[in-house]
Design a protein around this ligand. Structure first.
Ligand SMILES: Nc1ncnc2c1ncn2[C@@H]1O[C@H](COP(=O)(O)OP(=O)(O)OP(=O)(O)O)[C@@H](O)[C@H]1O
Length: 579
């Protein structure tokens, strides 16, 4: 049952129809086979039994029956074919969408631990293997036993000794395949690992081409890619080299059954215990019976390999998602950190942090690079849950709030803006489902991007390259602010871009931010201190600890880290080339 669960990526119900129709089609295929045997029996009977006439009328009936059974076979194969492909593509399409939805609900920590290439490969490659499992392997495997089993039942009635000798080697063949499946699992797992590794290295190589060109790096990355291809080649050969002979042995054993059949048949014939006609029937069946079984044995090896792909998908689908209540939050949406300690897996990044970020105020978070500022925003958005302590919104622990429900209350402007490969208008509309063109335009005007959008050839309909590659950093930032304005959420989290912008762009972004934060609870991670000098409260982080807090003047007077950072930023000049 687990096998069926895995090969269908958790949808064994999808196998019922394909397997049913495949078995039915194979049952129908027994009919012409049986008719041919009967025809052979009729044709040879007059030669064997003296005085017996050829039963022509029955032969004609058999001819008619054969034509009818061919038509029946054709008709039964159509639903078998259709249900197999429909089931397979249905499972793959629905499964991919389900997995994508599941990935979105997993904690970000889980996703960052996994290679993105690994996930992409699972989405495409593993589901294709599952597709093949449902459309080809399992129905064929189930169908392959129909003819031999029907033949066994019929032949047992004819002569049990001959029937048993025909199938004598089958249990041994099956046993070999079953015992080999453990080895297959191990080899299959390392082959799949090598395949994933090659896919990851290829993705890394493609992503890094720009850097490689810029730094004229020709060696290392390509060597890694080449090595991963070599490893894949080795694993593929190993898989075939070890498993191929095992399959061939099992198939050889099965075929040896034919020799045994001839031996026992001749022995019985000479002893007068078996008629010539019966022997002929056994020999005809014997030459046909092993084909479906050898196909089944070969399919079984492939089936176990594909099953591992399904198992990987099932395991990922079983990974627990972040959940919580969708009850409406109280009107006051103040945020509080209570003794929060958090790390991304290694050392803690935030250490025992307690702080209040009150409703309706502008709180700024500042501190040296790597001090944990963006991490604070990630915890408020519940991209991660803290290891120790609690983050509360409106007095409720965020762990108890459904992440999607929570994010309805929160608009986030990230440091790195990601734009989808879509039109500019639709990229802004991601802020709120169902936003009208007029609402999008108003948000764009407030975010100071309407003018530059109108200068583009197709205005709001202009397509944006993947990740926003066709726009400048400042433009992307403003589009992302327009998204957040459109979302109109009571809490705004703003991670200020670190990249330097020209004065005009910077002024535009500041105005856009003013429009975004008006009347809301705002938490801004700031790198340029002058932009947050007017904040209601400034939290200063150093190495994951809250070291100072207060208004700008108070912090300056304190003469601590904030005052030092302020002084440095006042003094900093641009680049200078020393001679
Ligand atoms: N996904 C992650 N996995 C592991 N470590 C991470 C991850 N994200 C951040 N870190 C580490 O956590 C620490 C704090 O990162 P964070 O992004 O919160 O710093 P920051 O103060 O916002 O820095 P910056 O001002 O440079 O943006 C850093 O040492 C960083 O390397």
């Amino acid at each position: 049952m687990k096998l069926l669960h895995n090969i269908t990526a958790g949808n064994p119900g999808q196998l019922v129809k394909p397997v049913f129709y495949s078995v039915l089609a194979n049952l129908v295929s027994v009919l012409p086979f049986a008719l041919i045997i009967e025809a052979v029996r009729l044709i040879f009977a007059p030669y064997i039994t003296p005085g017996m006439l050829l039963q022509t009328e029955r032969l004609w009936w058999i001819c008619g029956g054969l034509a009818g059974s061919m038509l029946l076979l054709f008709l039964s194969e159509i639903p078998a074919y259709r249900s197999a492909y429909r089931g397979a593509y249905h499972v793959a399409a629905q499964g991919r969408a389900e997995l994508a939805e599941h990935l979105r609900k997993l904690p970000l920590g889980y996703l960052t631990r996994r290679d993105p290439g690994d996930l992409a490969n699972m989405m495409m490659g593993d589901f294709t293997l599952v597709e093949t499992g449902i459309s080809h392997l399992l129905p064929q495997l189930a169908g392959a036993f129909v003819l031999p089993l029907a033949a066994l039942a019929g032949l047992l009635a004819l002569d049990w000794r001959m029937a048993l000798s025909m199938f004598a080697a089958l249990p041994l063949g099956l046993l070999i395949m079953y015992s080999a499946s453990k080895l297959q699992r191990r080899l299959g797992a390392s082959h799949m690992e090598a395949r994933l590794n090659a896919a990851n290295r290829l993705q890394e190589y493609l992503n890094g081409i720009q850097v490689m060109k810029a730094y004229n790096l020709t060696g290392d990355r390509f060597v890694r890619l080449e090595q991963s291809f070599k490893l894949l080649m080795k694993e593929s050969i190993r898989l075939e080299a070890v498993f191929g002979p095992i399959i061939m042995t099992a198939i050889g054993l099965l075929r040896a059954g034919l020799t045994l059949l001839v031996y026992v048949g001749v022995h019985l014939l000479l002893g007068g215990e078996l008629g010539v006609l019966q022997l002929a029937v056994f020999l005809i069946i014997g030459t046909r019976i092993y084909d479906p079984l050898t196909t089944a044995l070969t399919n079984y090896a492939e089936f176990r390999y594909n099953e591992q792909a399904g198992e990987r998908i099932v395991q990922l689908l079983e990974e627990p998602v972040m959940s919580g209540s969708t009850d409406p939050l109280p009107a006051r949406r103040g945020i509080r950190f209570e003794e929060v300690t958090f790390g991304y897996g290694g050392q803690p990044v935030l250490k025992n942090v307690s702080m209040d970020l009150p409703q309706g105020s502008l709180t700024a978070i500042v501190g040296p690079s790597g001090s944990g500022k963006s991490t604070v925003l990630r915890l408020i958005s519940r991209f991660y849950d803290p290891g120790e302590g609690r983050v509360l919104m409106a007095g409720r622990d965020l762990r108890s709030i459904d992440p999607e429900h929570l994010l309805k209350e929160v608009a986030v402007v990230f440091q790195d803006v990601y734009l989808f490969q879509d039109t500019i208008g639709r990229n802004i509309a991601f802020g709120r489902e169902g936003a009208t063109g007029e609402e999008i335009r108003q948000a764009a005007e407030l975010a100071r991007c309407h003018d530059f959008i109108m200068q583009l050839p197709l205005g709001y309909e202009t397509p944006v390259g993947e990740g926003g590659s066709t726009l400048s950093g400042g433009e992307k930032q403003r589009i992302s602010i327009a998204r957040a304005i459109l979302k109109n959420a009571p809490v705004v989290l703003l991670d200020e871009a670190t990249a330097s912008l020209d004065p005009q762009n910077e002024a535009d972004i500041q105005k856009a931010i003013q429009a975004l934060i008006a009347g809301r609870t705002v938490i801004v991670v700031a790198h340029r201190l002058k932009t947050i000098a007017g904040a209601d409260n400034i939290l200063v982080l150093e190495d994951g600890c809250l070291v100072e807090q207060g208004r700008h003047d108070r912090l300056l007077a304190l003469g601590g880290l904030y005052a030092r950072m302020w002084k440095l930023q006042q003094e900093s000049t641009g680049f200078r080339i020393s001679s």
